[in-house]
Every structure is written in structure tokens, then in C-alpha cells.
Design a protein around this ligand. Sequence first.
Ligand code: HEM
Length: 320
Amino acid sequence: MALRSLFKNLNAFQKTALVTIAVTFLLIFIGGLVRATGAGLGCPDWPKCFGLWIPPTTAAELPEAYDPAEFNAFKTWMEYVNRLVGVLVGFLIVLTFLFSIKYLRNTPSVFFGAVAALILVLFQGWLGGQVVLSGLQSGMITIHMVVAVLILNVLIWTWFRSVKDRVRISIGGRARKNLMVTIFVLLAVILLQVIFGSQVREALEMVKAAYPALDRSLWIEQVGRIDMIHRTFSWLVLAFVLLFLYQSVKHAGGTALPFLAGLTLAATLLQVLLGAGLVYLGIPPAAQVFHLWIAAFMTAVPFFALLMTLQSRPGSVRGT
Ligand code: HEM
């Protein structure tokens, strides 16, 4: 299959960038866990946690300045692991950057992509601190999530630039152009949907703060129009995913594109199921975590497909 040749005989840069992409995906999952379990303030300060570099495991170990009543070992360690994996991603991006220097002469876009990822991850580290210091202000959490998705896709782009010459796909001229437009619009629609979803989450948090005694299952009724917009917009996402699948099967059969389109369709259907679970089962935390994670996945797969299509050559269909 076409994709396999992209992952064979990788050099140090390509391997490191791929590991960084995988760990960034993991970090987005852990970030979702932190949010869904309400562990965001598990460490009340930043960058230290209860004034320590290694947080306590029991209330008895807390420094005097802190009230033992505000300590919850699970939440503290959840947030701390989130920070540790964040630091790991930071180090991996530095390593990716160092390995990218050798591309500066022949494929400078690889180097500049790595620089962009480095700048974004430094900004994200700072922003993570601001999220905690703001007391988890919802707008800040949304920006934090958008930057995480941006880092993921910048890394994918950077890695792809380094393997682009291995892509040997030919798609008929007009079909290629149509496919590009479809995937581009699909990405825009998914991004809009991510913004709407974040607004639903922000509204839910406001409801939670305004009515602390209200049962979880009744939160969604208070959210209002944005919830309806978010649900209904899923039909548009689904329509463009189906168009992507149809066009890639019809015009690019035998290449990796139908597989990527199928993967996007599976993710979308799962996302709709999870969304329904959120609405009808009283916002279960596990569904929150996966709903956020799959949203990140839904930006990455069509983006990768767009890069493959842009890299294809016009001509009769041929897959690699
Ligand atoms: C089809 C594509 C969909 C995408 C890409 C998507 C994306 C998102 C995103 C990014 C969030 C914010 C998550 C966060 O910040 O933690 C969200 C929240 C939410 N979405 Fe969706 N969504 C989709 C479909 C749906 C559907 C069909 C429903 C309902 C039937 C739904 C219900 C919700 C609810 C209730 C929230 C708030 C959850 C929370 O507070 O964690 N979504 N969505």
C-alpha cells in the first residue's frame, strides 16, 4: 500500500519527528483526561507543584504554606504527569529541530517547519502556565487546545516535507483539483466544528459554575443555541467526508487516499456517537476525553491526505 513506502528506511530526523508526533497525540489525550477529571488545578502553582519539583503523594508531605484540604493526590499526579509529558514533547521537538539542521541546504522547509514547532511549543509551555494561573479560564483552555492541534499538524507537515519525494501518486488533472478543493473545504469545516465544540465546552463550564448543585445530566439543557449548531454542523462534516471518500475511490483508487478517507469517515462516525453519548448520557468524562482526542485526529488525517494530494502529479491514476 502507498503509505508503507513513506515509513521505510527512515533517518534520525524522520524517526524523531514521528515519535514526537505520536507523543504529542498522547499528550492531547492526557490533556483531555486532566480536563475531564477536573485535575487542572491539581497543582495550584506553576511551574512547581505545591512549591515542589516533585509533588507530594500524601497531604502530610505538603509544605506548611498549603492547606491539606486542597490536596488530592490523584488530581495532583494527573496534572503533574501532564506537565512531564509536555516537557518530554518539548525535548523531542528540540531534538527534531537539531536533526532538521542538515536539511537547511537542500530542503529548507523541513528546517523552518521544525523552527515553527519549536516556537509553538515554547509558547504552549508558557500558555499552559497562564491557563493554571488564570484559574482555568475557559477561553485560555480553548487557545491551549488549538495550539496543541497546531503543533501536531506543523510536525506532520515538517515530517511530510522530508519524505515527500517518496510519494508517487498520479491523479487525472481535473479530479486532482476537485479532490484538493474537497479536502481543503473539509478541513475548514472540521476546524469550524472544533471551534463550535470548544464553545459548547465553555458554555458547559459556565453552567457548572453558575449552578453548582445542578445534576450533570441537566447541564446540556442550559447550553442553548451553540449546542444545536454544533450538533447540526456534524451533518456538513459528514457530507464532506463522504464526498472525500467518493472522489478518492473514484479518481485515486489504488493510492493511499481511499484508506485515509475511510479512516476519516470512521473517526467522524465515532465522533458523532460519542457526541450523542455526551448529550444523552449526562456528559460522561470518558466520552469527553475521547471526543477531544478524536477531534485532533480528525484534523490530522485529512491534513495528511491534503499533503499527499498536493504532492501527487497530474496524470493517469497510479498509486505508491
Ligand atoms: C462530527 C464531528 C464533531 C467534532 C469534530 C466535534 C468536536 C468537538 C470538540 C473539539 C469539542 C471540545 C472538546 C473540549 O474542548 O474538550 C466538542 C465538545 C462537545 N461536543 Fe462535539 N464534535 C463533533 C460532533 C458532535 C456531535 C454530533 C455532538 C452531539 C450529538 C457533540 C457534542 C458535544 C458536546 C456535548 C461537547 C462538550 C463536551 C465537553 O464539555 O467536553 N459533538 N466537540
